[in-house]
Design a protein around this ligand. Structure first.
Ligand code: G3I
Length: 391
Protein backbone atom coordinates (compact mmCIF):
# COMPACT_ATOMS: atom_id res chain seq x y z
CA UNK A 1 0.00 0.00 0.00
CA UNK A 2 2.69 2.43 1.10
CA UNK A 3 4.86 1.45 -1.83
CA UNK A 4 1.99 2.10 -4.23
CA UNK A 5 1.42 5.59 -2.83
CA UNK A 6 5.09 6.50 -2.95
CA UNK A 7 5.27 5.35 -6.55
CA UNK A 8 2.31 7.53 -7.31
CA UNK A 9 4.10 10.45 -5.70
CA UNK A 10 7.14 9.90 -7.82
CA UNK A 11 4.97 9.96 -10.93
CA UNK A 12 2.62 12.71 -9.87
CA UNK A 13 4.71 14.95 -7.64
CA UNK A 14 7.33 15.55 -10.24
CA UNK A 15 4.78 16.67 -12.75
CA UNK A 16 2.03 18.28 -10.75
CA UNK A 17 2.40 21.54 -9.01
CA UNK A 18 0.86 24.88 -9.25
CA UNK A 19 1.63 25.95 -12.77
CA UNK A 20 3.95 28.83 -13.38
CA UNK A 21 1.48 31.20 -14.94
CA UNK A 22 -1.29 32.87 -13.01
CA UNK A 23 -4.66 31.75 -14.33
CA UNK A 24 -7.73 33.91 -13.96
CA UNK A 25 -9.84 32.51 -11.22
CA UNK A 26 -13.04 30.88 -12.34
CA UNK A 27 -15.38 30.02 -9.56
CA UNK A 28 -17.04 26.97 -10.91
CA UNK A 29 -17.05 25.50 -7.43
CA UNK A 30 -15.90 22.27 -9.02
CA UNK A 31 -12.54 20.79 -8.23
CA UNK A 32 -10.49 19.99 -11.28
CA UNK A 33 -7.11 18.38 -11.51
CA UNK A 34 -4.24 20.82 -11.25
CA UNK A 35 -2.48 21.69 -14.44
CA UNK A 36 0.67 19.64 -14.86
CA UNK A 37 3.85 21.67 -14.74
CA UNK A 38 7.40 20.56 -14.43
CA UNK A 39 8.82 24.00 -13.90
CA UNK A 40 6.19 25.71 -11.77
CA UNK A 41 7.34 27.33 -8.54
CA UNK A 42 6.45 25.70 -5.25
CA UNK A 43 6.03 27.24 -1.85
CA UNK A 44 8.13 24.55 -0.21
CA UNK A 45 11.06 25.13 -2.53
CA UNK A 46 10.80 28.90 -2.10
CA UNK A 47 10.54 28.56 1.69
CA UNK A 48 13.43 26.13 1.96
CA UNK A 49 15.96 27.58 4.42
CA UNK A 50 13.48 30.26 5.51
CA UNK A 51 10.90 28.36 7.57
CA UNK A 52 8.83 25.20 7.12
CA UNK A 53 5.59 25.84 5.25
CA UNK A 54 2.55 23.64 5.59
CA UNK A 55 -1.16 23.11 5.19
CA UNK A 56 -4.13 21.69 7.08
CA UNK A 57 -5.43 18.53 5.46
CA UNK A 58 -8.79 16.78 5.54
CA UNK A 59 -10.36 13.78 3.80
CA UNK A 60 -11.41 16.02 0.91
CA UNK A 61 -7.69 16.62 0.24
CA UNK A 62 -6.12 13.25 0.87
CA UNK A 63 -8.87 11.30 -0.93
CA UNK A 64 -8.72 13.53 -4.02
CA UNK A 65 -5.72 12.55 -6.16
CA UNK A 66 -5.18 16.02 -7.58
CA UNK A 67 -5.35 17.77 -4.21
CA UNK A 68 -3.30 15.08 -2.47
CA UNK A 69 -0.47 15.50 -4.95
CA UNK A 70 -0.75 19.27 -4.96
CA UNK A 71 -0.52 19.53 -1.16
CA UNK A 72 2.57 17.33 -1.16
CA UNK A 73 4.19 19.27 -3.98
CA UNK A 74 3.60 22.65 -2.37
CA UNK A 75 4.09 22.02 1.36
CA UNK A 76 6.55 20.27 3.65
CA UNK A 77 4.24 19.57 6.58
CA UNK A 78 0.60 19.07 7.43
CA UNK A 79 -1.78 19.65 10.30
CA UNK A 80 -4.77 17.36 10.51
CA UNK A 81 -7.72 19.75 10.33
CA UNK A 82 -10.34 17.76 12.26
CA UNK A 83 -9.58 14.07 12.61
CA UNK A 84 -7.37 14.14 15.70
CA UNK A 85 -9.88 16.20 17.71
CA UNK A 86 -11.21 14.45 20.83
CA UNK A 87 -14.80 13.92 19.66
CA UNK A 88 -13.53 12.25 16.51
CA UNK A 89 -10.94 9.94 18.08
CA UNK A 90 -12.70 9.02 21.33
CA UNK A 91 -16.45 9.53 20.84
CA UNK A 92 -17.33 7.18 23.71
CA UNK A 93 -15.30 6.42 26.82
CA UNK A 94 -12.51 4.03 25.85
CA UNK A 95 -13.82 3.67 22.28
CA UNK A 96 -11.08 4.96 20.01
CA UNK A 97 -11.68 5.61 16.31
CA UNK A 98 -8.25 6.25 14.89
CA UNK A 99 -8.94 5.09 11.33
CA UNK A 100 -9.22 8.56 9.76
CA UNK A 101 -6.35 10.02 11.81
CA UNK A 102 -4.19 7.07 10.82
CA UNK A 103 -5.12 7.59 7.17
CA UNK A 104 -3.98 11.23 7.35
CA UNK A 105 -0.69 10.29 9.03
CA UNK A 106 -0.07 7.53 6.45
CA UNK A 107 -0.68 10.07 3.68
CA UNK A 108 1.82 12.48 5.22
CA UNK A 109 4.46 9.84 5.80
CA UNK A 110 4.07 8.40 2.32
CA UNK A 111 4.77 11.84 0.88
CA UNK A 112 7.55 12.64 3.39
CA UNK A 113 5.61 15.45 5.07
CA UNK A 114 6.02 16.27 8.78
CA UNK A 115 2.85 15.98 10.90
CA UNK A 116 1.51 18.48 13.45
CA UNK A 117 -1.12 17.24 15.88
CA UNK A 118 -4.31 19.22 16.50
CA UNK A 119 -5.68 19.16 19.22
CA UNK A 120 -5.86 17.37 22.59
CA UNK A 121 -8.11 19.72 24.60
CA UNK A 122 -10.58 22.29 23.27
CA UNK A 123 -14.10 23.44 24.03
CA UNK A 124 -15.36 22.43 20.58
CA UNK A 125 -15.46 18.93 19.18
CA UNK A 126 -14.99 17.49 22.69
CA UNK A 127 -17.06 14.46 23.63
CA UNK A 128 -19.49 15.53 26.33
CA UNK A 129 -18.80 12.51 28.55
CA UNK A 130 -15.16 13.49 29.09
CA UNK A 131 -15.91 16.30 31.54
CA UNK A 132 -19.69 16.21 32.12
CA UNK A 133 -22.43 13.91 33.31
CA UNK A 134 -25.30 13.25 30.84
CA UNK A 135 -27.34 16.05 32.47
CA UNK A 136 -24.52 18.56 31.97
CA UNK A 137 -23.14 18.62 35.53
CA UNK A 138 -19.33 18.82 35.67
CA UNK A 139 -17.77 15.46 36.49
CA UNK A 140 -15.92 15.01 39.78
CA UNK A 141 -12.41 16.39 39.44
CA UNK A 142 -10.77 13.01 39.97
CA UNK A 143 -12.82 11.36 37.21
CA UNK A 144 -12.29 14.29 34.83
CA UNK A 145 -8.51 14.26 35.39
CA UNK A 146 -8.45 10.51 34.77
CA UNK A 147 -10.38 11.01 31.50
CA UNK A 148 -8.04 13.80 30.42
CA UNK A 149 -4.94 11.73 31.15
CA UNK A 150 -6.27 8.59 29.49
CA UNK A 151 -7.22 10.56 26.38
CA UNK A 152 -3.89 12.34 26.03
CA UNK A 153 -1.82 9.23 26.71
CA UNK A 154 -3.83 7.26 24.16
CA UNK A 155 -3.74 9.85 21.38
CA UNK A 156 -0.34 11.50 21.76
CA UNK A 157 1.06 8.10 22.77
CA UNK A 158 -0.23 6.45 19.62
CA UNK A 159 1.60 8.94 17.40
CA UNK A 160 4.69 9.27 19.62
CA UNK A 161 7.71 10.08 17.50
CA UNK A 162 5.55 10.72 14.41
CA UNK A 163 4.07 14.11 15.35
CA UNK A 164 6.50 17.03 15.51
CA UNK A 165 4.35 19.20 17.77
CA UNK A 166 0.97 19.05 19.48
CA UNK A 167 -1.53 21.85 19.90
CA UNK A 168 -2.11 20.52 23.41
CA UNK A 169 -4.70 23.07 24.51
CA UNK A 170 -6.59 25.12 21.96
CA UNK A 171 -8.33 28.46 22.53
CA UNK A 172 -8.49 28.46 26.35
CA UNK A 173 -8.38 32.24 26.74
CA UNK A 174 -11.38 34.56 26.78
CA UNK A 175 -11.82 37.15 24.05
CA UNK A 176 -13.25 39.85 26.29
CA UNK A 177 -10.59 42.41 27.26
CA UNK A 178 -12.74 43.59 30.17
CA UNK A 179 -13.65 40.27 31.76
CA UNK A 180 -12.42 39.80 35.31
CA UNK A 181 -11.33 36.24 34.59
CA UNK A 182 -9.06 35.42 31.69
CA UNK A 183 -9.67 31.72 31.14
CA UNK A 184 -12.65 30.54 29.10
CA UNK A 185 -15.06 28.59 31.28
CA UNK A 186 -14.89 25.33 29.39
CA UNK A 187 -16.23 21.95 30.50
CA UNK A 188 -12.63 20.91 31.30
CA UNK A 189 -12.12 23.93 33.55
CA UNK A 190 -15.49 23.53 35.24
CA UNK A 191 -14.74 19.92 36.16
CA UNK A 192 -11.02 20.18 36.95
CA UNK A 193 -10.25 23.80 37.73
CA UNK A 194 -7.66 26.18 36.25
CA UNK A 195 -4.92 23.57 36.47
CA UNK A 196 -6.50 21.50 33.68
CA UNK A 197 -4.03 23.24 31.37
CA UNK A 198 -0.98 22.38 33.49
CA UNK A 199 -2.19 18.79 33.71
CA UNK A 200 -2.79 18.57 29.96
CA UNK A 201 0.78 19.71 29.17
CA UNK A 202 2.21 17.34 31.80
CA UNK A 203 0.29 14.40 30.32
CA UNK A 204 1.32 15.36 26.78
CA UNK A 205 4.97 15.48 27.80
CA UNK A 206 4.57 12.05 29.38
CA UNK A 207 2.93 10.67 26.24
CA UNK A 208 5.46 12.01 23.74
CA UNK A 209 8.56 13.54 25.38
CA UNK A 210 10.11 14.62 22.08
CA UNK A 211 7.10 16.47 20.63
CA UNK A 212 7.00 20.26 20.95
CA UNK A 213 4.04 21.35 23.04
CA UNK A 214 2.07 24.31 21.73
CA UNK A 215 -0.56 26.63 23.19
CA UNK A 216 -2.72 27.53 20.17
CA UNK A 217 -5.24 30.37 19.86
CA UNK A 218 -6.84 32.87 17.48
CA UNK A 219 -6.60 36.66 17.87
CA UNK A 220 -3.59 36.27 20.18
CA UNK A 221 -1.81 38.85 18.05
CA UNK A 222 -4.16 41.49 19.51
CA UNK A 223 -2.68 43.33 22.52
CA UNK A 224 -5.33 42.28 25.07
CA UNK A 225 -5.27 38.60 24.24
CA UNK A 226 -1.47 38.68 23.95
CA UNK A 227 -1.26 39.97 27.52
CA UNK A 228 -3.58 37.21 28.72
CA UNK A 229 -1.59 34.61 26.78
CA UNK A 230 1.66 35.73 28.38
CA UNK A 231 -0.05 35.60 31.78
CA UNK A 232 -1.23 32.05 31.11
CA UNK A 233 2.26 30.96 30.06
CA UNK A 234 3.76 32.56 33.17
CA UNK A 235 1.18 30.85 35.38
CA UNK A 236 2.05 27.52 33.75
CA UNK A 237 5.75 28.12 34.31
CA UNK A 238 5.02 28.85 37.97
CA UNK A 239 3.38 25.42 38.12
CA UNK A 240 6.53 23.89 36.62
CA UNK A 241 5.11 23.51 33.10
CA UNK A 242 7.04 24.88 30.15
CA UNK A 243 5.10 25.25 26.94
CA UNK A 244 7.45 25.19 23.94
CA UNK A 245 5.61 27.40 21.48
CA UNK A 246 2.76 29.82 21.04
CA UNK A 247 0.55 28.91 18.10
CA UNK A 248 -0.70 32.09 16.45
CA UNK A 249 -3.55 30.93 14.25
CA UNK A 250 -3.67 34.15 12.19
CA UNK A 251 -7.18 33.91 10.80
CA UNK A 252 -6.91 37.35 9.23
CA UNK A 253 -9.11 39.63 7.21
CA UNK A 254 -8.04 41.85 4.34
CA UNK A 255 -7.73 44.96 6.47
CA UNK A 256 -7.57 43.52 9.98
CA UNK A 257 -5.50 43.37 12.07
CA UNK A 258 -2.43 45.35 11.05
CA UNK A 259 0.83 43.62 10.18
CA UNK A 260 2.44 45.82 12.85
CA UNK A 261 0.27 44.34 15.60
CA UNK A 262 1.10 40.81 14.45
CA UNK A 263 4.80 41.68 14.38
CA UNK A 264 4.72 43.14 17.89
CA UNK A 265 3.17 39.92 19.20
CA UNK A 266 5.71 37.67 17.48
CA UNK A 267 8.46 39.72 19.12
CA UNK A 268 6.72 39.70 22.50
CA UNK A 269 6.29 35.90 22.54
CA UNK A 270 9.87 35.43 21.41
CA UNK A 271 11.20 37.78 24.08
CA UNK A 272 9.21 35.89 26.70
CA UNK A 273 11.11 32.74 25.67
CA UNK A 274 8.67 30.97 23.35
CA UNK A 275 8.95 29.74 19.82
CA UNK A 276 6.25 31.09 17.52
CA UNK A 277 4.28 28.90 15.14
CA UNK A 278 1.86 30.39 12.64
CA UNK A 279 -0.65 27.57 12.76
CA UNK A 280 -3.81 28.38 10.79
CA UNK A 281 -3.14 31.17 8.31
CA UNK A 282 -5.81 32.51 5.96
CA UNK A 283 -7.22 35.89 4.90
CA UNK A 284 -11.01 36.23 4.80
CA UNK A 285 -12.03 38.48 1.87
CA UNK A 286 -15.78 38.51 2.58
CA UNK A 287 -17.69 41.04 4.66
CA UNK A 288 -18.30 40.41 8.33
CA UNK A 289 -20.47 42.35 10.70
CA UNK A 290 -17.95 41.96 13.52
CA UNK A 291 -14.22 41.82 13.01
CA UNK A 292 -12.46 38.60 12.73
CA UNK A 293 -10.86 35.67 14.34
CA UNK A 294 -12.28 32.19 14.67
CA UNK A 295 -14.71 32.27 17.56
CA UNK A 296 -17.00 29.53 16.32
CA UNK A 297 -19.78 30.92 18.51
CA UNK A 298 -19.83 34.12 16.42
CA UNK A 299 -21.92 32.86 13.50
CA UNK A 300 -23.74 35.46 11.43
CA UNK A 301 -26.87 35.37 9.26
CA UNK A 302 -26.16 35.86 5.59
CA UNK A 303 -27.82 37.94 2.90
CA UNK A 304 -26.76 38.38 -0.75
CA UNK A 305 -24.68 41.47 0.06
CA UNK A 306 -22.57 39.30 2.33
CA UNK A 307 -21.55 37.01 -0.55
CA UNK A 308 -20.27 39.29 -3.32
CA UNK A 309 -17.76 37.02 -5.08
CA UNK A 310 -19.80 33.97 -6.10
CA UNK A 311 -18.77 34.51 -9.74
CA UNK A 312 -15.10 35.02 -8.91
CA UNK A 313 -12.93 37.47 -7.07
CA UNK A 314 -12.88 40.92 -8.66
CA UNK A 315 -9.57 42.38 -9.76
CA UNK A 316 -9.33 44.95 -6.97
CA UNK A 317 -9.86 42.40 -4.24
CA UNK A 318 -7.47 39.95 -5.89
CA UNK A 319 -4.83 42.68 -5.86
CA UNK A 320 -5.63 43.61 -2.26
CA UNK A 321 -5.29 39.96 -1.21
CA UNK A 322 -1.92 39.66 -2.93
CA UNK A 323 -0.75 42.85 -1.20
CA UNK A 324 -1.99 41.63 2.17
CA UNK A 325 -0.08 38.34 1.84
CA UNK A 326 3.02 40.12 0.50
CA UNK A 327 3.14 42.53 3.43
CA UNK A 328 2.52 39.74 5.91
CA UNK A 329 5.26 37.52 4.49
CA UNK A 330 7.72 40.41 4.23
CA UNK A 331 7.29 40.81 7.97
CA UNK A 332 7.36 37.04 8.69
CA UNK A 333 10.64 36.52 6.84
CA UNK A 334 12.22 39.39 8.80
CA UNK A 335 11.42 37.39 11.94
CA UNK A 336 12.34 33.97 10.59
CA UNK A 337 14.70 33.42 13.55
CA UNK A 338 11.61 33.44 15.80
CA UNK A 339 9.24 31.46 13.61
CA UNK A 340 9.16 27.69 13.72
CA UNK A 341 6.71 27.15 10.90
CA UNK A 342 3.91 28.75 8.87
CA UNK A 343 0.85 26.60 8.19
CA UNK A 344 -2.10 27.55 5.98
CA UNK A 345 -5.57 26.52 7.13
CA UNK A 346 -6.71 24.53 4.09
CA UNK A 347 -5.24 23.94 0.68
CA UNK A 348 -7.42 25.91 -1.72
CA UNK A 349 -10.39 28.26 -1.75
CA UNK A 350 -12.78 25.41 -2.54
CA UNK A 351 -11.87 23.47 0.62
CA UNK A 352 -11.60 26.44 3.01
CA UNK A 353 -13.58 26.37 6.27
CA UNK A 354 -14.28 30.07 5.57
CA UNK A 355 -16.89 29.09 2.98
CA UNK A 356 -19.01 28.20 6.03
CA UNK A 357 -17.95 30.72 8.67
CA UNK A 358 -19.18 33.07 10.01
CA UNK A 359 -21.98 32.67 7.44
CA UNK A 360 -22.74 29.24 6.02
CA UNK A 361 -22.54 28.49 2.31
CA UNK A 362 -20.64 31.50 0.96
CA UNK A 363 -17.94 31.61 -1.71
CA UNK A 364 -14.76 32.74 -0.02
CA UNK A 365 -11.29 33.20 -1.52
CA UNK A 366 -8.89 33.30 1.44
CA UNK A 367 -5.95 31.22 0.24
CA UNK A 368 -3.11 31.26 -2.29
CA UNK A 369 -4.64 28.59 -4.52
CA UNK A 370 -8.07 28.98 -6.10
CA UNK A 371 -10.97 26.57 -6.58
CA UNK A 372 -9.61 25.10 -9.77
CA UNK A 373 -6.29 24.58 -8.04
CA UNK A 374 -4.51 27.38 -9.82
CA UNK A 375 -2.14 29.88 -8.21
CA UNK A 376 -3.51 33.31 -7.44
CA UNK A 377 -1.49 36.53 -7.60
CA UNK A 378 -1.06 36.15 -3.82
CA UNK A 379 0.74 32.85 -4.46
CA UNK A 380 3.21 34.56 -6.77
CA UNK A 381 3.83 37.31 -4.23
CA UNK A 382 4.49 34.87 -1.39
CA UNK A 383 6.84 32.77 -3.53
CA UNK A 384 8.72 35.91 -4.55
CA UNK A 385 9.12 37.14 -0.96
CA UNK A 386 10.25 33.70 0.24
CA UNK A 387 12.73 33.29 -2.60
CA UNK A 388 14.27 36.68 -1.93
CA UNK A 389 14.56 35.84 1.76
CA UNK A 390 16.17 32.49 0.96
CA UNK A 391 18.93 33.96 -1.20
O1 G3I B 1 -18.17 15.60 8.81
C1 G3I B 1 -19.47 16.15 9.06
C2 G3I B 1 -20.43 15.72 8.00
O2 G3I B 1 -20.59 14.33 8.07
C3 G3I B 1 -21.76 16.45 8.21
O3 G3I B 1 -22.63 16.12 7.18
C4 G3I B 1 -21.55 17.95 8.23
C5 G3I B 1 -22.84 18.72 8.52
O4 G3I B 1 -22.60 19.98 9.05
O5 G3I B 1 -20.62 18.24 9.26
C6 G3I B 1 -19.36 17.66 9.05
O6 G3I B 1 -18.53 18.02 10.11
C7 G3I B 1 -18.05 19.34 10.08
C8 G3I B 1 -16.53 19.28 10.11
O7 G3I B 1 -16.02 20.56 10.19
C9 G3I B 1 -15.95 18.61 8.85
O8 G3I B 1 -16.25 19.40 7.74
C10 G3I B 1 -18.58 20.08 11.28
O9 G3I B 1 -19.98 20.25 11.17
C11 G3I B 1 -17.91 21.42 11.37
O10 G3I B 1 -18.28 22.04 12.59
C12 G3I B 1 -16.40 21.24 11.36
O11 G3I B 1 -15.83 22.51 11.36
C13 G3I B 1 -14.47 22.55 11.72
C14 G3I B 1 -14.31 23.51 12.89
O12 G3I B 1 -12.93 23.63 13.20
C15 G3I B 1 -15.06 23.04 14.11
O13 G3I B 1 -14.47 21.95 14.66
C16 G3I B 1 -13.66 23.05 10.53
O14 G3I B 1 -13.68 22.07 9.49
C17 G3I B 1 -12.22 23.32 10.95
O15 G3I B 1 -11.54 23.98 9.92
C18 G3I B 1 -12.21 24.21 12.16
O16 G3I B 1 -10.88 24.37 12.56
C19 G3I B 1 -10.66 25.28 13.65
C20 G3I B 1 -9.46 24.76 14.42
O17 G3I B 1 -9.72 23.43 14.81
C21 G3I B 1 -9.17 25.64 15.63
N1 G3I B 1 -9.01 27.03 15.23
C22 G3I B 1 -10.08 27.58 14.42
C23 G3I B 1 -10.32 26.71 13.19
C24 G3I B 1 -11.38 27.31 12.32
O18 G3I B 1 -12.60 27.30 12.98
Amino acid sequence: MKRAVVTAVMCVCATVGVSGSVAMEQDTGAATRPVAATTGPTLRRAASGVFPIGVAIAPKVIRDDGRAALAAAQFDHVTIENHMKPALVQPEPGVFTFEAADEHVRYAEAYGLAVYGHTLVWHNQMPKWMFETPDGTPLDREKAVANLRAHILAVAGRYRGRVRAWDVVNEAIRDDDHATEFLRDTPARKAIGDDYLALAYTFAREADPAALLVYNDYNNELPGKRTRTLKLLKDLEARGVKVDAVGMQLHLQLGWPSVKVIEESIVAYHEAGYRVMVTELDVDVLPRRRPGGADLGAVEKGDPTMDPFTAGLNADTQTALAKRYRELFEMLVRHRDKIDRVTFWNLDDGTSWLNNFPVRGRTNHPLLIDRILQPKPAFEEVVRVLREAGR
